[in-house]
Ligand binder design. Structure first.
Ligand code: F6R
Length: 246
């Protein structure tokens, strides 16, 4: 595993954008696995800036997002499709047909998940998967205790995740109770992983994930078994992990 420790959120975002840019430049038809949440926003901003400068071309890029809430329409401000349009897709020359996010409004979410697995396979798999990490070590919406061997599937959100995401809704009551998420198996099948972490509140989770035992209780800990992980974090998020390594 390669670890890049940066001074702050800004430099973390820039470093992550550098790594993704290298991927895009070296393989212009890459399949990018993308994440939402607060952590990658700065990275997306930086990619848009470099696109506007003419340094990046998304014309042949394909994307698959990690997850989507069940029940939210793509235009809902808190849907992950809306997030991706707003933070990246609407600002670069990506072909809309090449962007994939599970559809939150389908009648049969599990059928949507099965279809999504086919989409990933037809694309030839994910070249690089961007991840953030929850305070409980979740990746995507794979919560502690969930099985490691699943591909895209429907999950019930934990109370902690509902509370953490409530800041984006008018109240916790409005946070959807279910989501569709790539499973740990889908994530582990990605050729490369780019994990982004920022802030002292993530330090404990980062330490457990990368210095603790590999256990479904800390879903991100499975990444210790992935052959190609790059962890980019600011020094606040990496503080506990780096203490351990000294
Ligand atoms: C987002 C996702 C989540 C987030 C995680 C961290 O697509 O799947 O696992 O990466 O909840 O969220 P932030 O970045 O908001 O701390």
């Amino acid at each position: 595993m390669k670890i890049y420790m940066t001074e702050d959120y800004q430099t973390m975002s820039r470093k992550a954008a550098n790594i993704l840019s290298a991927q895009i430049i070296l393989k212009p038809n890459s399949v990018l696995g993308l994440a939402t949440g607060s952590t990658p926003i700065g990275m997306y901003k930086q990619l848009v800036i470099w696109y506007e400068k003419g340094d990046l071309d998304f014309a042949q890029i394909k994307t698959v997002n990690l997850d989507e809430y069940v029940g939210l329409e793509p235009t809902h401000e808190q849907s992950y499709r809306y997030f991706m349009q707003n933070n990246l897709f609407d600002h670069v020359n990506i072909n809309p047909a090449n962007t994939n996010v599970p559809d939150g409004l389908v009648a049969d979410p599990q059928a949507e998940c099965d279809w999504y697995n086919q989409v990933i396979r037809k694309l030839g798999g994910i070249d690089i998967q961007v991840l953030g990490m929850g305070h409980n070590g979740h990746i995507g919406f794979n919560e502690p205790g969930n099985a490691f061997e699943l591909e895209t599937h429907v999950v019930d959100l934990s109370e902690r995740t509902i509370q953490a995401n409530a800041r984006f809704f008018a109240s916790a009551d409005e946070v959807p109770r279910q989501a569709m998420t790539m499973g740990i198996k889908s994530i582990m099948m990605a050729k490369k992983i780019l994990m982004l972490v920022s802030g002292e509140d993530k330090a404990e989770a980062v330490w457990k994930a990368f210095a603790g035992p590999v256990t479904p209780q800390v879903p991100a800990s499975i990444l210790q078994l992935h052959p190609y992980v790059t962890l980019v974090g600011d020094k606040a998020a990496l503080s506990k992990l780096m203490e351990e390594k000294q």
